[in-house]
Design a protein around this ligand. Structure first.
Ligand SMILES: Cc1cc2nc3c(=O)[nH]c(=O)nc-3n(C[C@H](O)[C@H](O)[C@H](O)COP(=O)(O)O)c2cc1C
Length: 359
């Protein structure tokens, strides 16, 4: 795989020799980092996955796809499941509740190159839970176990699951659900430390995630507010989780992936990117988007990344308006060159805030 052209600033001190967390194994698959990228609708497409792997993520995931649409071979859905053979290991994520359909869809994902098939048990949005899937399926431990068992029987690759703590605080069932899924052959669980009722509000509860870890023997990966490299390493070394998934922490700040991976592996603290390197990383991301989607579509898909990058720069409002009209690589260069020339404003760069998602 191409090595990312952005070296970034060097760490200030040589890495001390510190203990490293245990290797994360998902079934027979051994990951080279326990820092993973969460599935994210509208974000984790093939170019994003490539970039996340270049930055060192141990496993990258396609966004959730509806099992019903996969088995009906809907072209738009299958496009989300096109896996570049160079970008591995990669997971697909399915949402659905019918064991037969989920099993058939899992086999299609594996045949298309997914090395892990994950079940979405956390999606809180009405169009998903209204059909008994996502966080609604997770309320029924036995029904969920039947879905996972059917998938395990249908594919040779590991089947994993991503859940919330429970429907609400009165019905937390992640430990019980994880135990049942382990018995059904599930190879790993990811636990988002919020309930469905919380959606994306409030803080993720990592004490509850650690309770799941104590309840099962399969690896447990934690999700929720993963934004602090020291905290990630501490949780891993303390055995509270076997891995973490980065989600909103990387949006607008992809360098965080490299910082987290490096800190977990060596204890090194890589500085944040300066504005010029941040812009160079966005150019690289947009080039990957262009390679994959072609110029016209890439520059529509990529507008959000450009807008996130130029947050806080002098004259940002004018440049943001230009981002909405981006149609060519040449336009992109104009905007990014102007941003670079304008420089960061007095408040500096700030992280975008998201309060919604699908898991
Ligand atoms: C834009 C967006 C899209 C998401 N899409 C998915 C998805 O497809 N499948 C899933 O399991 N979780 C999805 N999630 C949830 C994340 O994977 C993660 O569990 C959640 O954002 C909590 O982590 P955070 O607080 O670090 O963002 C999404 C989140 C966001 C912000």
């Amino acid at each position: 795989m191409a090595v990312m052209s952005i070296a970034g600033p060097a760490s200030t001190a040589p890495p001390p020799t510190l203990p490293a967390p245990a290797r994360l194994r998902v079934g027979r698959l051994e990951l080279d980092s326990p820092v993973l990228i969460a599935p994210m609708v509208g974000i984790t497409d093939a170019p994003f996955r490539r970039l996340a792997r270049e930055l060192g993520a141990g496993l990258v995931s396609a966004e959730m796809t509806a099992a019903e649409a996969v088995v009906r071979l809907i072209p738009r859905t299958l496009e989300l499941l096109s896996f570049d053979p160079e970008v591995r290991p990669v997971a697909a994520q399915l949402v659905g509740c019918d064991p037969g359909v989920m099993a058939e869809a899992a086999a299609i994902c594996a045949a298309r190159g997914a090395m892990v098939v994950d079940v979405n048990l956390g999606c809180p949005v009405p169009r998903v839970i209204g059909r008994g899937s996502g966080a609604a399926l997770a309320r029924d431990v036995n029904a969920t176990a039947r879905v996972v068992q059917a998938m395990v029987e249908a594919v040779d690759v590991p089947v994993t699951a991503k859940m919330r703590l429970g429907w609400d605080h009165a019905s937390i069932n992640a430990p019980e659900l994880s135990r049942a899924l382990e018995d059904a052959g599930c190879a790993m669980v990811t636990v988002h430390g919020r309930t469905r009722a919380q959606r994306y509000q409030g803080q993720a509860d990592w004490a509850e995630i650690a309770r799941v870890k104590r309840a099962v023997r399969i690896p447990v990966v934690g999700s929720g507010d993963v934004t602090d490299v020291r905290e990630i390493r501490r949780r891993l070394l303390a055995g509270e989780v076997d891995g973490v998934v980065i989600a909103r922490g990387a949006l607008g700040n992809l360098w965080f992936i490299r910082q987290a991976v490096r800190h977990v592996a060596t204890g090194e603290l890589l500085p944040d990117l300066g504005f010029a390197d941040r812009i160079a990383l966005t150019r690289h991301h947009l080039d990957l988007l262009i390679d994959h989607h072609g110029e016209a579509r890439a520059l529509v898909v990529g507008r959000k990344y450009v807008a996130w990058t130029i947050r806080g720069c002098n004259g940002a409002a004018r440049l943001r308006a230009m981002v909405q009209t981006l149609v060519s690589r040449a336009d992109l260069d104009v905007i990014l060159d102007q941003a670079l020339e304008a420089g960061l404003g007095p408040g500096g760069w700030f992280h975008p805030v998201f309060t919604s998602g699908e898991g």
